[in-house]
Design a protein around this ligand. Sequence first.
Ligand code: NAD
Length: 286
Amino acid sequence: MRLLDGKALAATITERLADEIEAFKAAHAVVPGLAVVLVGDDPASHAYVKMKESACKRAGVYSVVHKFPEDTPHDRIRQTVEMINDNPNLHGLLVQLPLPGHMDTLDLIDRIAPSKDVDGFHPFNFGKLFAGLETFAPCTPLGVMRLLEEYDIDPKGKDAVVVGASNIVGKPMAALLLNAGATVDICHIFTRDLAEHTQKADIVLVGVGKPGLITADMIREGAVVIDIGINRLEDGRLVGDVDYEAVAPKCSAITPVPGGVGPMTIAMLLQNTLAAARNFVTKPDA
Ligand code: NAD
């Protein structure tokens, strides 16, 4: 069984990106800039944003976080998004999800300039992704694809099962796998018999948010298992959606949690931000 070490790979990618960013700054006298909009007190969101900020620092990306209290009116956030859209020093913009319940998440994502949408959530970029066109792909599934590539796991011709069908994880994950030539099943809360799907898969990718959802009997011998879930247990431990101890011995390769997909997500955010800055200097009207 191979452990797919996202932490080590993300560190290597970030180092390489830091060099590229240095060269980009020297060539264009432009510092790649990322704006993050963070609303409310969700501790996990605050922790993720901190990680994003420190990754930006390590890679030489300028970052700014706009923090707002939980009860901020929707229009105030909308104005902030529009202000960042108009700021030529900020090339990437993301709104940290989830937002407080009174906010219209889709409306805010819709307001992000597609050229700054480094999370790849805007419907324009989402459409391009499904059409197989070059665009900003959402960072988590993009990180998974990069992890597979680095470990020479080619999805082409393989049976892949994506468990979880959200717009930020499952659906774009399925699109990237399909674009890479896999045959893809997408399972979700209404799937009648989840095990029936996962048992036949060469690659199982799970992003649900339920610890222990994937058990050893659901995985066939030699499968590749990618655990995208992040769950904080009551005792403080961080675990994925896969019963790691029982599943790992059956796999040909598996990601740990933590240290698997999570760090790759942040590395891909830096990559997308550099791409946005490159687009800014080469295609300023895009
Ligand atoms: P979500 O709640 O938006 O979506 C969950 C999906 O799981 C839905 O499509 C739902 O239908 C499906 N689902 C729920 N119960 C199910 C079941 N019993 N069987 C099959 N499918 C079921 O969540 P999300 O935002 O997509 O996040 C999913 C998980 O991925 C969470 O644990 C989250 O923390 C994690 N996540 C990790 C990263 C990372 O960088 N590693 C990034 C984003 C999200």
